[in-house]
Ligand binder design. Structure first.
Ligand code: CAA
Ligand code: NAD
Length: 395
């Protein structure tokens, strides 16, 4: 195993600054890299803010201050130079294959012979990212969840080429990174597939939600009525959540799954129209909702709305159960407990297997019905799910 002391985090945005914060807290020597000084500085400011919160709560340990930790952070806008003496690079640049490939090659060309490259991609193939780098066996995935300091899960991903040494080192580094809300939970992803475990299992719920949006529009329903269907059982209803994540992000991700999993991931018409008009949700101030009224205003609107009776939470659970069974069937995870635990640690919401163990027959009926209603064959229950065979695959 590589003895990791020096870590470089590439990309100082939302995820990169969170990863660098927890790496600093684990006492690694950390270099933060981006393409412009202002981006590195802004990442540094985010980390400092987090450290200062911890200092004010007395959570940094005796004699340790935010300043003393921050003074150890090295900043760089020269990737080739920054990785010269580094043991592992965790990449959190934009979700674009050509850029990730380029970053990986620069790391392998300029780093020491043992350097490991771990990508934080949400969906994409690690095999493809590392394939032309000259050292694909030293590439792997380390997929964190947003916000990194608060979400416990890290998926550590084996590509087709990842060596045992690379995988074991990445597992160990992930385990060393602290989490502010309980122990880190590391989900080993034994074989890569689009979206790995947690994102993959949640992906087809968006096909259903897309059908809900388009049907709601045809019926002239108000978006708040759809969110009212969730009955306060989700932190955000499906329209508010899509606005929060970003409608462009939802569209790009669905297009990726359309290419890699099934045509049924075609993004909904409603979302395509909004994106074409530059309405991307919370970040542009407009999407399903007008965000200028603030989240509180949206919450009040949803509270006052008459539920539409169109979006059903149990249907979402049934879809996740079926996808979770596909993940087992494809050998991506070794057992359903890991899948449920990863969902809880990565999204703070329960996975489908706890419910599915005694409700799989009902879930199969819900899904057969959904295929008829939506015309989307991807929802068809797979054998492992409808037979309940998954119950033997706990670990
Ligand atoms: N450093 C130090 N302290 C921090 C901090 C940081 N970086 N960030 C937050 N904190 C502190 C806050 O100051 C706060 O402290 P107090 O309790 O003393 O006030 C505490 O941590 C909790 O922070 P919040 O008040 O912001 O937390 P919350 O209770 O409102 O919960 C949440 C926020 C955890 C995000 C919760 O809303 C949640 O679970 N949402 C779901 C998020 C989710 O689903 N994430 C996964 C998205 S999918 C993904 O990431 C994968 C992908 O590939 C796209
Ligand atoms: P972001 O836009 O906040 O940050 C990306 C950063 O990468 C930017 O600062 C950008 O300047 C920098 N960058 C771009 N090209 C670069 C290059 N060649 N070298 C160095 N830096 C470069 O994005 P983010 O939300 O932090 O996402 C980063 C990655 O993490 C993506 O792959 C994303 O899919 C993944 N991810 C995101 C989330 C999430 O919820 N946002 C969750 C898990 C994983």
């Amino acid at each position: 195993m590589v003895d990791v002391k020096k870590v470089a985090v590439v990309g100082a945005g939302l995820m990169g600054s969170g990863i660098a914060q927890v790496a600093l807290m684990a006492d690694y020597d950390v270099t933060l890299v981006d393409i412009k000084q202002e981006f590195v500085d802004s990442g540094e400011a985010n980390i400092r803010e987090g450290m200062q919160k911890l200092e004010s709560k007395g959570k940094l340990g005796a004699g340790i201050t935010a300043d003393s930790i921050m003074s150890k952070l090295i900043k760089s806008i020269d990737l080739a130079e920054a990785v010269k003496n580094v043991d592992i690079v965790i990449e959190a640049v934009v979700e674009k294959m050509d850029i990730k490939k380029q970053v990986c090659k620069t790391v392998m060309d300029n780093g020491p012979d043992h350097i490991i490259f771990a990508s934080n991609t949400s969906t994409m193939s690690i095999t493809e990212i590392a394939k032309d780098s000259g050292a694909p066996e030293r590439g792997c995935g380390m997929h964190f969840f947003n916000p990194v300091p608060l979400m416990r899960c890290v998926e550590v991903i084996r590509s087709d080429d990842t060596s045992d040494e690379t995988f074991e080192t990445a597992m160990e580094v992930a385990e060393n990174l602290p989490c502010l809300r309980g122990d880190r939970y590391i989900a080993p992803v034994l074989k890569e597939g689009p979206g790995f475990i947690v994102n993959r299992m949640n992906a087809p719920v968006n096909i259903y939600i897309g059908w809900v949006y388009d049907t709601a529009k045809e019926r002239g329903l108000d978006w708040a009525q759809i969110d009212a269907d969730a009955g306060g059982k989700m932190p955000m209803g499906p329209c508010e959540l899509a606005d929060y994540v970003g409608l462009d992000t939802m569209m790009h991700t669905m297009n990726y799954y359309k290419e890699t999993l099934s045509e049924d991931f075609e993004p909904p018409k409603v979302v395509k129209e909004m994106v074409d008009n530059g309405n991307l949700g919370a970040k542009t101030g407009k999407g399903f909702y007008d965000w200028n009224q603030g989240r509180e205003g949206i919450k009040q609107k949803v509270k006052a709305a008459e539920p539409a009776g169109l979006f059903d939470l149990q249907t979402s659970m049934a879809i996740m159960l079926n996808e979770g069974c596909r993940i087992l069937d494809e050998g991506i995870a070794s057992g359903y407990k890991i899948i449920d635990d990863a969902n809880m640690a990565g999204m703070n919401s329960p996975g489908p297997f706890g419910w599915g163990k005694s409700n799989f027959e009902k879930a199969a009926e819900i899904l057969e019905d959904l295929v008829k209603k939506t015309g989307k064959e991807y929802f068809k229950p797979i054998e492992l799910m409808k037979s309940g065979g998954f119950k033997k695959m706990r670990k």
